[in-house]
Design a binder for this molecule. Structure first.
Ligand SMILES: *Cc1c(COP(=O)(O)O)cnc(C)c1O
Length: 380
């Protein structure tokens, strides 16, 4: 028997990239059009088809952070506005809100799904509030209906951070297939990766055109020719823009991944269900979910009670099992010290307790067993 610490390291996340991805990538390089071109258009079409987005429009960006920034701009967020989002969220969102010139307002989350608390969000609404940015944490849908009710009542836009939920369903429909603005990430550790990338999903042609200009330095009338792999000589620049477009090289990886997305998600659902079945008898833990049928699990997170998170992390580390923490609350960062907020008591508690265990697409069986054995042996 090898010592536990000599067993191969189990990383928190590991992309599934095989020969098919390598072949797509080489074929893309062979086209000698490395920038934004026909493969970006194909990736956008495949994303729309995967989501079942119907008439909604998909615009790819070079990162998920860029997608959120542009999603906010498309929703009309700008200087002087306020945007409400959970403090329990990735700092990309808080930074993207500030990039628009708007102020971040930090909201608490609910105990059950760690999604935005709509009652507390309502009490944070002011005359300056323009939008709400809810997060579907770990792929588990937040109180989406509650968020849209709140937005309708107060005339606010909703920019969903769906970076954790590519493929998750609410009432049988995939997140992003309906609603206001939805943003996804295809960064190296997301369920579907394009090495780096992201996309925004919107409803109108106006927003689509606006997003296309914003992502390419404000350049007008150029996208269609680029999609065909040609360049237009004449164009106008009518406003602020950013260098946020995706490359065909990244899109080639994204295409190879999205073809396997259903299988990735199914394999992750099985592992999550096995984790929850194995851990639900452990008093020292609080699980987020047991049933993952509608969830596209990005990470498997749970809460460790009784101040024992650090000890569990060490116990797993000795078995060469890596863990992660999603998230550190944004209200604890010096950069967001001045951000308006109200009661964040659930967030404070959750940030002390939450722990992420390894989860991969097509995860090795011996890895799954080692994670389960590592956690249960700590409590037994
Ligand atoms: C990954 C992620 C982002 C940002 O995406 P990038 O592609 O890494 O820029 C934003 N929000 C959440 C919740 C994320 O997990």
């Amino acid at each position: 028997m090898p010592e536990a610490r000599d067993l191969p390291k189990i990383r928190v996340s590991m992309p599934h990239v095989g020969l098919d991805t390598a072949q797509r990538l080489v074929a893309a390089l062979d086209m000698r059009w490395l920038g934004m071109g026909p493969l970006v258009k194909e990736f956008e079409d495949r994303i729309a088809a995967f989501l079942g987005a119907g008439d909604r429009k998909v615009v790819c960006t070079n990162t998920g952070t860029a997608a959120i920034h542009l999603g906010l701009l498309a929703a009309g967020v700008g200087p002087g506005d306020e945007v409400i989002t959970p403090s329990f969220n990735f700092v990309a969102d808080h930074q993207a809100i500030r990039m628009t010139g708007a102020d971040v307002v930090l909201c608490d989350v609910r105990e059950n799904d760690l999604g935005i608390d709509c009652e507390k969000a309502e009490s944070l609404i002011s005359e300056r509030t323009k939008a709400i940015v809810p997060l579907h944490f770990a792929g588990i849908p937040c109180d989406q209906a509650g968020v849209y009710r709140l937005a309708r009542r107060h005339g606010l836009r909703v920019v969903e951070d769906a970076c954790h939920g590519f493929g998750s369903r609410v009432d049988r429909r995939r997140i992003g297939a309906y609603g206001d603005v939805a943003c996804f990430s295809f960064d190296p550790v997301k369920v579907v990766t394009a090495v780096d990338g992201g996309c925004v999903v919107v409803n109108s042609d106006d927003e689509l055109e606006r997003l296309r200009r914003l992502r390419l330095l404000g350049i007008d009338r150029d996208t269609l020719s680029r999609y065909k792999g040609t360049r237009a000589w004449e164009y106008d620049v009518g406003g602020q823009g950013f260098r946020y477009h995706l490359t065909d090289i990244a899109a080639s990886v994204g295409i190879s991944q999205i073809e396997q997305a259903e299988a990735f998600i199914a394999s992750r659902q099985l592992v999550c269900a096995r984790y929850s079945a194995a851990f639900k008898r452990l008093d020292g833990l609080r699980l987020l979910r047991e049933d993952f049928d509608d969830v596209s699990p990005y990470i498997y997170s749970l809460r460790v009670r009784g101040g024992r998170r650090g000890d569990l992390v060490e116990h797993l580390k000795a078995r060469n099992v890596e863990t992660g923490v999603h998230f550190v609350g944004a209200h604890t960062f010096s950069w967001f010290r001045d951000a308006r907020r109200d009661d964040l008591s659930v967030t404070d508690r959750v940030c002390q307790e939450v722990l992420t265990l390894p989860l991969h697409s097509h995860m090795r069986e011996d890895f799954v067993q080692r994670v389960i054995e590592g956690v249960t042996s700590f409590f037994d």
